[in-house]
Design a protein. Structure first.
Lengths: 114, 108
Protein backbone atom coordinates (compact mmCIF):
# COMPACT_ATOMS: atom_id res chain seq x y z
CA UNK A 1 0.00 0.00 0.00
CA UNK A 2 1.39 3.37 -1.02
CA UNK A 3 2.14 5.69 1.87
CA UNK A 4 1.37 9.39 1.67
CA UNK A 5 2.01 11.33 4.84
CA UNK A 6 0.78 14.85 5.44
CA UNK A 7 1.93 17.25 8.13
CA UNK A 8 0.61 18.87 10.13
CA UNK A 9 -2.71 17.06 10.48
CA UNK A 10 -4.37 20.22 11.65
CA UNK A 11 -3.38 23.84 11.93
CA UNK A 12 -4.83 27.16 13.00
CA UNK A 13 -3.34 30.11 11.16
CA UNK A 14 -3.77 33.84 11.44
CA UNK A 15 -5.10 35.86 8.51
CA UNK A 16 -2.19 37.28 6.54
CA UNK A 17 0.28 34.76 7.91
CA UNK A 18 2.30 32.24 5.92
CA UNK A 19 1.29 28.58 6.01
CA UNK A 20 3.20 25.61 4.65
CA UNK A 21 1.57 22.21 4.33
CA UNK A 22 3.90 19.30 3.74
CA UNK A 23 3.45 15.99 1.97
CA UNK A 24 5.84 13.06 1.83
CA UNK A 25 5.49 9.84 -0.14
CA UNK A 26 7.70 6.79 0.06
CA UNK A 27 6.78 4.93 -3.10
CA UNK A 28 8.80 6.59 -5.83
CA UNK A 29 5.69 8.02 -7.42
CA UNK A 30 6.24 10.63 -10.11
CA UNK A 31 2.96 12.49 -9.75
CA UNK A 32 1.86 14.37 -6.67
CA UNK A 33 -1.27 16.46 -6.14
CA UNK A 34 -2.76 18.96 -3.72
CA UNK A 35 -6.53 19.27 -3.31
CA UNK A 36 -8.80 21.24 -1.05
CA UNK A 37 -12.16 20.10 0.23
CA UNK A 38 -14.71 22.50 1.61
CA UNK A 39 -17.31 21.26 4.04
CA UNK A 40 -19.91 19.15 2.28
CA UNK A 41 -18.20 19.41 -1.09
CA UNK A 42 -15.92 17.49 -3.40
CA UNK A 43 -12.18 17.85 -3.85
CA UNK A 44 -10.75 20.51 -6.12
CA UNK A 45 -7.27 20.39 -7.61
CA UNK A 46 -4.94 23.22 -6.58
CA UNK A 47 -1.51 22.24 -7.91
CA UNK A 48 0.19 19.10 -9.10
CA UNK A 49 3.62 17.97 -10.16
CA UNK A 50 4.99 15.19 -12.32
CA UNK A 51 8.69 15.68 -11.65
CA UNK A 52 10.92 17.20 -9.03
CA UNK A 53 11.57 20.95 -9.31
CA UNK A 54 8.48 21.45 -11.45
CA UNK A 55 4.86 22.20 -10.58
CA UNK A 56 1.68 22.71 -12.58
CA UNK A 57 -1.42 24.75 -11.86
CA UNK A 58 -4.58 22.86 -11.18
CA UNK A 59 -8.11 24.21 -11.33
CA UNK A 60 -7.97 26.62 -8.37
CA UNK A 61 -4.33 27.77 -7.99
CA UNK A 62 -4.95 31.38 -6.97
CA UNK A 63 -3.58 32.18 -3.52
CA UNK A 64 -1.43 29.05 -3.41
CA UNK A 65 2.10 28.15 -4.39
CA UNK A 66 3.57 24.68 -4.60
CA UNK A 67 7.08 23.35 -4.28
CA UNK A 68 8.48 19.95 -5.27
CA UNK A 69 12.08 19.93 -4.03
CA UNK A 70 12.43 16.17 -4.44
CA UNK A 71 10.44 13.25 -5.78
CA UNK A 72 9.28 12.39 -2.26
CA UNK A 73 8.19 15.82 -1.06
CA UNK A 74 5.52 18.24 -2.24
CA UNK A 75 4.58 21.34 -0.27
CA UNK A 76 1.64 23.69 -0.52
CA UNK A 77 2.35 27.27 0.49
CA UNK A 78 -0.13 29.95 1.44
CA UNK A 79 1.92 33.18 1.47
CA UNK A 80 -0.91 35.31 2.85
CA UNK A 81 -3.52 33.08 4.42
CA UNK A 82 -7.12 34.26 4.12
CA UNK A 83 -10.34 33.22 5.81
CA UNK A 84 -11.58 31.69 2.55
CA UNK A 85 -8.70 29.20 2.64
CA UNK A 86 -10.15 27.44 5.65
CA UNK A 87 -10.64 23.89 4.36
CA UNK A 88 -9.30 20.36 4.53
CA UNK A 89 -6.31 19.80 2.26
CA UNK A 90 -5.43 16.45 0.76
CA UNK A 91 -2.20 15.38 -0.84
CA UNK A 92 -2.03 12.47 -3.24
CA UNK A 93 0.53 10.62 -5.29
CA UNK A 94 0.52 8.25 -8.24
CA UNK A 95 2.93 6.29 -10.35
CA UNK A 96 1.04 7.22 -13.52
CA UNK A 97 2.73 4.73 -15.77
CA UNK A 98 1.06 3.09 -18.74
CA UNK A 99 -0.42 0.25 -16.73
CA UNK A 100 -1.12 1.83 -13.37
CA UNK A 101 -2.67 5.22 -12.74
CA UNK A 102 -4.16 4.60 -9.30
CA UNK A 103 -3.94 7.60 -6.97
CA UNK A 104 -3.20 7.29 -3.26
CA UNK A 105 -4.30 9.92 -0.77
CA UNK A 106 -2.99 11.16 2.55
CA UNK A 107 -5.23 11.55 5.59
CA UNK A 108 -5.75 15.26 5.08
CA UNK A 109 -4.79 18.46 6.88
CA UNK A 110 -7.50 20.54 8.49
CA UNK A 111 -6.57 24.22 8.14
CA UNK A 112 -8.50 26.90 9.99
CA UNK A 113 -7.65 30.52 9.23
CA UNK A 114 -8.83 32.97 11.88
CA UNK B 1 -20.29 21.60 -18.31
CA UNK B 2 -18.63 20.02 -15.33
CA UNK B 3 -15.90 17.56 -16.30
CA UNK B 4 -17.30 15.01 -13.82
CA UNK B 5 -21.01 14.99 -13.13
CA UNK B 6 -21.99 12.72 -10.26
CA UNK B 7 -25.53 11.66 -9.46
CA UNK B 8 -27.51 11.58 -7.33
CA UNK B 9 -26.19 14.29 -4.97
CA UNK B 10 -27.89 12.55 -2.06
CA UNK B 11 -29.50 9.18 -1.53
CA UNK B 12 -31.41 7.53 1.31
CA UNK B 13 -31.79 3.75 1.37
CA UNK B 14 -33.26 1.28 3.80
CA UNK B 15 -31.02 -1.50 5.02
CA UNK B 16 -31.05 -4.38 2.57
CA UNK B 17 -31.88 -2.25 -0.46
CA UNK B 18 -29.83 -2.02 -3.64
CA UNK B 19 -28.93 1.15 -5.48
CA UNK B 20 -26.52 2.71 -7.93
CA UNK B 21 -24.46 5.83 -8.32
CA UNK B 22 -23.29 7.22 -11.63
CA UNK B 23 -20.62 9.54 -12.93
CA UNK B 24 -20.71 11.02 -16.40
CA UNK B 25 -17.56 12.51 -17.88
CA UNK B 26 -17.50 15.40 -20.33
CA UNK B 27 -14.20 14.16 -21.75
CA UNK B 28 -12.42 10.87 -22.19
CA UNK B 29 -10.90 9.62 -18.95
CA UNK B 30 -7.95 7.21 -18.76
CA UNK B 31 -9.21 5.64 -15.55
CA UNK B 32 -11.63 6.16 -12.69
CA UNK B 33 -11.49 5.66 -8.95
CA UNK B 34 -14.35 5.44 -6.51
CA UNK B 35 -13.84 6.53 -2.92
CA UNK B 36 -15.83 6.41 0.25
CA UNK B 37 -15.20 9.24 2.67
CA UNK B 38 -15.89 8.11 6.20
CA UNK B 39 -17.03 10.14 9.17
CA UNK B 40 -13.42 10.94 10.03
CA UNK B 41 -12.83 12.40 6.58
CA UNK B 42 -10.56 9.60 5.35
CA UNK B 43 -10.74 8.80 1.65
CA UNK B 44 -10.95 5.05 1.21
CA UNK B 45 -10.43 3.68 -2.26
CA UNK B 46 -13.21 1.32 -3.23
CA UNK B 47 -12.29 0.70 -6.84
CA UNK B 48 -9.71 1.66 -9.39
CA UNK B 49 -10.65 0.85 -12.97
CA UNK B 50 -8.89 1.46 -16.24
CA UNK B 51 -11.75 -0.36 -17.99
CA UNK B 52 -14.47 -2.94 -17.47
CA UNK B 53 -16.08 -4.13 -14.27
CA UNK B 54 -14.85 -5.02 -10.80
CA UNK B 55 -16.66 -6.50 -7.83
CA UNK B 56 -15.80 -6.53 -4.19
CA UNK B 57 -18.33 -8.07 -1.85
CA UNK B 58 -21.55 -6.06 -2.05
CA UNK B 59 -20.01 -3.44 -4.29
CA UNK B 60 -19.62 -3.49 -8.06
CA UNK B 61 -18.22 -0.84 -10.36
CA UNK B 62 -18.14 -0.41 -14.10
CA UNK B 63 -16.14 2.02 -16.22
CA UNK B 64 -16.91 2.59 -19.88
CA UNK B 65 -14.26 4.94 -21.22
CA UNK B 66 -15.75 5.12 -24.70
CA UNK B 67 -19.24 6.03 -23.44
CA UNK B 68 -17.72 8.29 -20.76
CA UNK B 69 -19.40 6.99 -17.63
CA UNK B 70 -18.81 4.94 -14.55
CA UNK B 71 -21.21 3.36 -12.09
CA UNK B 72 -21.03 2.08 -8.52
CA UNK B 73 -23.65 -0.43 -7.38
CA UNK B 74 -24.32 -1.13 -3.74
CA UNK B 75 -26.14 -4.34 -2.97
CA UNK B 76 -27.87 -5.13 0.33
CA UNK B 77 -27.04 -1.76 1.86
CA UNK B 78 -25.81 -1.78 5.46
CA UNK B 79 -25.74 1.00 8.05
CA UNK B 80 -21.94 1.19 7.79
CA UNK B 81 -22.26 2.07 4.09
CA UNK B 82 -23.45 5.54 5.08
CA UNK B 83 -21.05 8.27 4.07
CA UNK B 84 -20.05 10.25 1.04
CA UNK B 85 -19.02 8.55 -2.17
CA UNK B 86 -16.84 10.21 -4.79
CA UNK B 87 -15.81 9.25 -8.26
CA UNK B 88 -12.63 10.71 -9.72
CA UNK B 89 -11.52 10.54 -13.34
CA UNK B 90 -7.99 10.79 -14.70
CA UNK B 91 -7.78 13.10 -17.70
CA UNK B 92 -5.39 12.76 -20.63
CA UNK B 93 -3.39 15.58 -19.00
CA UNK B 94 -2.98 13.42 -15.88
CA UNK B 95 -5.23 15.60 -13.77
CA UNK B 96 -7.46 13.70 -11.35
CA UNK B 97 -10.85 15.41 -11.30
CA UNK B 98 -13.49 14.65 -8.69
CA UNK B 99 -17.24 14.61 -8.86
CA UNK B 100 -19.13 16.54 -6.18
CA UNK B 101 -20.04 13.40 -4.32
CA UNK B 102 -23.11 11.45 -3.29
CA UNK B 103 -24.18 11.65 0.34
CA UNK B 104 -25.56 8.21 1.18
CA UNK B 105 -27.71 7.65 4.23
CA UNK B 106 -28.68 4.08 5.04
CA UNK B 107 -31.74 3.88 7.25
CA UNK B 108 -32.52 1.05 9.69
Amino acid sequence: EAAVTQSPRSKVAVTGGKVTLSCHQTNNHDYMYWYRQDTGHGLRLIHYSYVADSTEKGDIPDGYKASRPSQENFSLILELASLSQTAVYFCASSEMDRTNTEVFFGKGTRLTVV
Amino acid sequence: GMPVEQNPPALSLYEGADSGLRCNFSTTMKSVQWFQQNHRGRLITLFYLAQGTKENGRLKSTFNSKERYSTLHIKDAQLEDSGTYFCAGLTNAYKVIFGKGTHLHVLP
